[in-house]
Design a protein around this ligand. Structure first.
Ligand SMILES: Nc1ncnc2c1ncn2[C@@H]1O[C@H](COP(=O)(O)OP(=O)(O)OP(=O)(O)O)[C@@H](O)[C@H]1O
Ligand SMILES: [Mg+2]
Length: 442
């Protein structure tokens, strides 16, 4: 049986004391008295999220253990417990990649805080691993990103995937509304189809029969009976893209269909049960559209019960490296080309652009990069926004990166940014950033 924490100490009393503190914080703990039993557990495939070890063990020391664990799986954070004389060893261990150390004597609170931090790092590693696997398996319907916003969206999708509630997806152009709709469809586990209808693409008359179907002879030119898309979706998903451009008369009909869960083909009096889930997407403020009279208020309220908002890319610039890496790799594979390297300055410049076309624009840029057409990093000064806005964006990017590096620990992020913690809190408040969203244990 594996546990959250592997705790290694050759002193039984110490072991029990620490174990109790950790278990009171809700973690499962497995204790070990020496290095060899830990290693054989790891080799049997049992893996903790975090390993905590005293540096002084009867046989061997924490430093050797740290190296062995690292050789086994560099992603397991190791926290070393050190005494007075061990500082040199601790420093060496940190250089070797130990996650952190606890200097004796330490309080229970310190132990828990340090463990939680290590836990956060481990969860991030695992999450990125899962994400990479998803990408490698060609699961192109997954939403890529590790910002709190995208993680929240993914969590919502998996929470409501199975339930058959209708969903309204909001977001600027290119933010991934269709990707999210397909992910929801995939999460529902149905084998029935995903049927996309672009509400702005068809003239009203065609649209109506496309959606609802018709009997033969229902209108001039209707020579054969036609099953509408809603019926065709069966227990799958009907994706109503750009719902704001649906003609008002059809909005009324759609509302009736959603409420009564049945449709009638044009020219027929028989109603057919509707088993699909409706997902609508829009770029506009539908409430505003309702006030202007171009969208039915009752339909709006029926749709907005469960909404999924996709944030613009400029509000989650920390996702840019991951997304860019993904798109560049994809493009390189497609073109059979080597990926031209980029520098961290390039990346920082990209993180400061405004990306009005959001992820789609980034994907196109990655494509050009791959073909060698986008070599010059775009300087912040060339962006269309003014100085204040640009500086604001730089500030946001740096703060978000620091919070991510320290799993939401404000003090540690403030230290990295070399500003007082109070100042960072003020900035977080002003920028509307929630540090807690960066903790990986929430
Ligand atoms: N989080 C994401 N991870 C991976 N790819 C993404 C993500 N978000 C968007 N994309 C990609 O960006 C492009 C645009 O996404 P999508 O078509 O879903 O956007 P949209 O919100 O529907 O845009 P529009 O409003 O213009 O129709 C697609 O190629 C999609 O695969
Ligand atoms: Mg779209």
């Amino acid at each position: 049986m594996s546990a959250d924490i592997f705790l290694v100490d050759d002193d039984e009393l110490v072991r029990e004391g620490l174990q109790q503190v950790l278990e009171l914080s809700g973690w499962s703990v497995r204790t070990f008295a020496d290095m060899s039993t830990v290693m054989s557990s790891l080799q049997r495939g049992e893996e903790p999220l975090v390993l905590i070890s005293d540096v002084r063990l009867e046989k061997g020391d924490g430093l050797q253990l740290q190296r062995a664990v690292r050789a086994h799986d560099a992603g397991i954070p190791v926290v070393l417990i050190t005494g007075h004389g061990d500082i040199d060893m601790a420093v060496q261990a940190m250089r070797d990649g130990a996650h952190d150390f606890l200097e004796k004597p330490f309080s229970a609170g310190k132990l828990v805080a340090t463990t939680r931090r290590a836990m956060g790092q481990r969860k991030l590693v695992l999450e990125n691993l899962a994400l990479r696997q998803q990408i490698e398996q060609g699961n192109e319907w997954g939403l890529i990103g590790h910002s709190p916003e995208i993680r929240r969206v993914r969590r919502l999708i998996s929470d409501i995937g199975q339930s058959r509630v209708d969903v309204l997806i909001l977001g600027e152009t290119g933010t991934g509304k269709e990707v999210a709709a397909r992910a929801l469809h995939a999460a529902s586990g149905t084998q029935d189809p995903f049927v996309a209808i672009n509400c702005s693409a068809l003239p009203e008359s065609v649209f109506e029969s496309e959606m609802f179907g018709h009997e033969s002879g229902a209108f001039t030119g209707a020579s054969r009976r036609r099953v509408g898309k809603i019926e065709h979706a069966r227990k799958g998903t009907v994706f109503l893209d750009e719902i704001e451009s649906m003609p008002l008369s059809l909005q009324a009909k759609l509302l009736r269909t959603i409420q009564e869960r049945s449709v009638e083909r044009l020219g027929s009096n028989d109603s057919v049960a509707v088993g699909c889930r409706f997902i609508a997407a829009t770029k506009v403020d539908l409430l505003q559209a309702a006030r202007n009279g171009s969208f039915r208020e009752d339909l709006y309220y029926r749709l907005e019960v469960v909404t999924l908002a996709l944030p613009p890319l400029r509000h989650r610039t920390e996702d840019i490296p991951l997304l860019f890496g993904h798109f560049v790799t994809q493009a390189a594979r497609r073109h059979g080309a080597e990926v031209p390297p980029w520098t961290s300055d390039d990346m920082l410049a990209w993180q400061q652009r405004d990306w009005p076309g959001n992820v789609r624009e980034l994907r196109n840029m990655a494509e050009r990069w791959c073909l060698g057409l986008e070599r010059l990093p775009v300087q912040a000064s060339r962006s269309r926004s003014g100085l204040t806005e640009t500086l604001g964006r730089v500030e946001r990017t740096l703060i978000e990166n620091a919070l991510r590096d320290h799993a939401g620990n404000v003090q540690a992020a403030a230290d990295q940014l070399r500003i007082p913690r109070k100042t960072l809190y003020d900035k977080l408040y002003r920028l509307g950033i929630d540090a807690a969203g960066y903790r990986s244990d929430v």
